[in-house]
Design a protein around this ligand. Structure first.
Ligand code: URA
Length: 446
């Protein structure tokens, strides 16, 4: 009997489990406009309440990945390793991890995105370099991957169009926060780019999409399971996003911090995350047998300058100005740089990452809507982080602004973003967990 969308909706509404054929029917029908938005919305809502089994989620992921072009990079790179962050504030990890992994001998060809809501995007950060091209053709992408071993650009194809359509629908039907739908959305794009191994950096906390550790663990484990089921090598790092990562938030400011990190002078928390993500990529890529060996390789390529050199080579290959790599003070600079004095003495108890992300947007460093221009120079550099002692009047952070009215508003909001207490505060763990294998559970996830 021919499948009907209404029967799929009823089945899921009542807690049923779909067959692979049913999932493919839905994805193909929806992409071809044969299934209307109202039926797709009802199905997403049924999934939101009833969840999906890991097997159903893997089928959904594969069907969405196959709804567009499936890229293959094996003619230029024998083994392709990718990383993905679920998005955070001050998250410039790709900028440091890419050159480290490439310098250690594993090619990195990464298709990245732009800033979303309060979080920054890798492409926007890279465009802080004069002349840097983020739009490459597929053949340019492959040539650079082969010749330089490192390329970071926007998607060269319309990858996973089913996800694009479904994500827009979920955004307006209250069905974004569903763990299986998020997992399928993220993984379908990763699978379509042709990676053999994927390291996921799943952020948890106020500034992240997943607010609690159990939620983040469920999402991370599900994505690992999907990847393994689809024949990929997988690892997931669950990292903290209750305060911004590192000290710099804002495009050029983050590029500067990534460059310092490639020279061994980055902030401790950011450096630790970079080493962990890069190490997992090297381990999955077979360059290192153990996490210890991977750590040694990472230290070597940073200490020798090879990672920094690789970054320079990559910027030049994509049309960027190497003078700005050699001297980061030539990157865009804001007209005003104002310290924000602490209103009191005490220990910093919390810094609301979400608020810092919104302040950076307010200063012009992010977009209110797609296509808006952004100001690469503006942002915030944190002098005090959670656990630090601050004297009254000492700078909590420095605000980089190009507009005096926005600067004044940023000061007000940043003061609210900081919380203090009298007694010492232990700084929160940066890395909560690393998942390196599939789970044994077959229970559904909602
Ligand atoms: N990021 C994605 O790509 N998809 C989601 O559903 C949520 C975050």
């Amino acid at each position: 009997m021919a499948l009907r969308m209404v029967d799929l909706i009823v089945k899921k509404r009542d807690g049923g489990v779909h067959t692979r054929e049913e999932i493919e029917f839905f994805v193909q029908g929806y992409v071809r406009d044969e299934i209307p938005d109202y039926q797709a919305s009802a199905w997403c809502m049924a999934v939101y309440f009833q969840g999906m089994t890991p097997e159903e989620t893997a089928w959904l992921t594969e069907a969405m990945a196959r709804s567009g072009e499936m890229l293959d990079l094996h003619d230029v790179a024998p083994f392709v390793v990718d990383k993905h962050s679920s998005g955070g504030v001050g998250d410039k990890t790709t900028l440091a991890v890419g050159p480290i992994v490439a310098a250690a001998g594993l090619p990195v060809g990464k298709m990245s995105g732009r800033g979303l809501a309060h979080t920054g995007g890798t492409l926007d950060k890279l465009e802080s370099f004069r002349g840097f091209r983020t739009e490459l053709t597929f053949s340019e992408f492959k040539r650079q991957l082969q010749e330089v071993g490192l390329v970071i650009a926007g998607p060269t194809h319309d990858l996973a169009p089913a996800d694009k359509k479904l994500y827009a629908l979920r955004d307006v039907t209250g069905t974004v926060p569903s763990v299986p739908l998020i997992a399928a959305s993220i993984m379908s794009k990763k699978i379509a780019t042709g990676s053999d191994a994927i390291v996921l950096d799943v952020k948890v906390g106020q500034g992240a999409f997943m607010k609690t550790l159990p939620e983040a663990e469920r999402l991370a484990q599900l994505m690992v399971d999907i990847g393994v089921q689809l024949g990929r090598r997988m690892a997931a790092i669950i990292s903290d996003m209750n305060q911004p990562l590192g000290r710099a938030v804002g495009n050029a400011l983050e590029v500067k911090e990534a460059l310092a990190t490639l020279q061994g002078q980055g902030p401790a928390d950011f450096t630790a995350l970079v080493e962990t993500v890069a190490g997992e990529m090297l381990r999955l890529g077979g360059v290192a047998a153990t996490a210890t060996e991977a750590g040694r390789r990472v230290t070597e390529v940073v200490a020798s300058g090879a990672a920094w050199q690789k970054f320079r080579e990559f910027v030049v290959a994509q049309g960027g100005d190497p003078a700005q790599v050699d001297n980061p003070d030539l990157l865009p600079q804001a007209r005003w740089r104002e310290p924000l004095p602490s209103p009191r003495s005490g220990y910093v108890a919390a810094i609301d990452a979400y608020a810092v992300g919104l302040v950076t947007m307010l200063l012009g460093g992010g977009r209110a809507k797609k296509g808006d221009p952004i100001d690469h120079a503006v942002g915030v550099v944190l002098h005090k982080k959670v656990g630090d002692w601050v004297e009254a009047g000492e700078p909590l952070c420095e605000i980089h602004a190009n507009d005096p009215a926005r600067l004044a508003e940023a000061k007000r909001r940043l003061l609210d973003a900081y919380a203090f207490q009298e007694t010492p505060v232990s700084s929160p763990p940066l890395i909560h967990r690393i998942l390196t294998g599939p789970s044994t559970s077959t229970q559904g996830v909602s």
